[in-house]
Design a protein around this ligand. Structure first.
Ligand code: PLP
Length: 395
């Protein structure tokens, strides 16, 4: 067993960046008031919150009043799905307004989607091909079939790294007559900082982000909602966040997250290039050393693939058994998505991609991040080859 550990689970969460940690601690120490209070301490907190929103909006090329700070990606997805359909039902009298999403979304989209279906909203779930690619034409056809008021398609898949067809989908939806055109939401939690995000160009109405996937603190997220998009809150009783998210604001979390977003956007090009180099080397080394290993999703380097997410099928491996054995050897990776990894369910993403149950349990996700070094990459490959090659030799 090696003493030095390698962390390759950055899609689950990635370490807090030192500058972000400093901003978080400094704000916590400095902050004495509630942003809703009118005295000087309250006004100082309000100023910090306003600044954080302005900086985030500038980094994402949107308006400040289009951003809501939330508790994370999960809440942002809930606010988008439940809030948009509640508003459509209340304002347009669109009782039973439909929703379209895809079979490979994160549980925090599929969960509220199923809840909406159980409460009378027609739900259509678009499939994917063998590389987890979504067909915009299928999404549009399903939207028309269920008279959808909202379409939710992820920008980047957290398990296999396939990118969503946002610009093509936005263009296809824009061609529909206004009374048939649903709003477009994207879960961009994994995409931000690793691929270019063009909310306006894509024609997106709502988009979810999460701080802790970017080197920000856990427990802070963002929802972009285009000006004029009707959205109801999930909770009532306070006017914070323009009435869309009542409750005293997490000012230090917002300040830290705004810095994480700024840095992620500014450094995206160089970061993505480094991830591609590291994962390219890891994949070719693994494929050479362990013949029969399969790469899940689009080819490496393809424009349809998120940099830094390697999902591999090692011959005869069970993902969760393998994850435990790798952990003992010092390599931290995951099978499927972190939220589901406590259960023994096969990955719903791999199942949707046409993989059988055995394969859907065997996919190993190695996700790279800012702290990943060449030494990590080499050590990870050594551990994988030792663990999997050894297992095959014993068979
Ligand atoms: N959406 C995607 C694609 C994710 O990968 C995750 C987290 O794994 C989430 C949403 C949930 O984000 P959070 O952990 O901030 O609630």
């Amino acid at each position: 067993m090696s003493a030095r550990r390698v962390y390759l689970d950055h899609n689950a969460t990635t370490p807090l960046r030192p500058q972000v940690r400093a901003a978080l601690l400094e704000t916590l120490e400095r902050l004495g008031g509630n942003p809703s209070s009118v005295h000087a301490a309250g006004r100082a907190a309000r100023h910090l919150l306003d600044q954080a929103r302005e900086r985030t909006a500038a980094a994402l090329a949107v308006h400040e009043d289009e951003l809501v700070f939330t508790s994370g990606g999960t809440e942002s997805n809930h606010l988008a799905l439940l809030g948009a359909l509640a508003a459509a039902t209340a304002r347009a009298g669109a009782a039973g307004a439909g929703l379209v999403t895809t079979a490979v979304e994160h549980a925090s989209v599929l969960g509220p989607a199923r809840h909406l279906a159980a409460t009378g909203h027609p739900l259509e779930i678009a499939g994917v091909d063998g590389q987890a690619r979504i067909d915009p034409a299928e999404v549009v056809a399903r939207a028309l079939r269920c008279r959808a008021r909202l379409v939710s398609v992820m920008a980047a898949n957290n398990e296999v790294g396939t990118l969503g067809p946002l610009s093509g989908l936005g263009a296809a939806l824009a061609e529909l007559a206004p009374d048939l055109r649903p709003l477009l939401h994207t879960d961009a939690v994994q995409a931000l900082g690793r691929v270019s995000i063009d909310l306006r160009g894509w024609g997106v109405d709502l988009a979810s982000f999460s701080g802790h996937k970017l080197g920000g603190p856990v427990g802070v997220g963002l929802l972009y909602h285009r000006r004029g998009v009707p959205l109801d809150p999930l909770w009532w009783g306070g006017e914070q966040e323009d009435g869309l998210r009542p409750g005293t604001e997490n000012v230090a979390g917002a300040v830290a997250t705004s810095l994480a977003v700024e840095l992620a956007v500014a450094e995206r090009g160089t970061f993505a290039a480094r991830l591609r180099e590291l994962e390219g080397w890891m994949w070719s080394s693994l494929a050479d050393a362990l013949p029969g290993t399969q790469l899940i999703g689009p080819p490496l380097g393809s424009p349809e693939r998120l940099p830094g997410t390697l999902n591999v099928l090692l011959p005869d491996a069970d993902g969760k058994v393998l994850v435990t054995r790798l952990d003992l050897e010092g390599l931290e990776a995951s099978a499927g998505s972190a939220c589901a990894s406590g259960s023994l369910e096969p990955s719903h993403v791999l199942r949707a991609m046409g993989r059988d149950e055995r394969q859907a349990r065997a996919g190993l996700r190695l996700s790279l991040g800012r702290s990943t070094t060449w030494e990590d990459a080499r050590q990870a490959v050594d551990i994988l080859v030792r663990t999997c090659g050894g297992a095959r030799a014993r068979r």
